[in-house]
Design a protein around this ligand. Sequence first.
Ligand code: SF4
Length: 65
Amino acid sequence: MKVSVDRALCYGSAECAHRAPAVFAFEDGYGVVRPGRAESGDDPEVREAAEKCPSQAIVLGGATE
Ligand code: SF4
């Protein structure tokens, strides 16, 4: 499953980068998916990060283009 961060929603709390540092990084004030990790949406840490993102900016599954 795909994972991405919608920058229009992210307000830079950096929680995703703390919860799942293998997948998310914090760059230029935004959470970002690390290169090569865009298919990590099935990882339980990623799912938890998505659930707990305060702005619901982490998108799992389909429409990530
Ligand atoms: S947890 Fe959500 S709001 Fe915080 S940096 Fe990550 S994507 Fe952005």
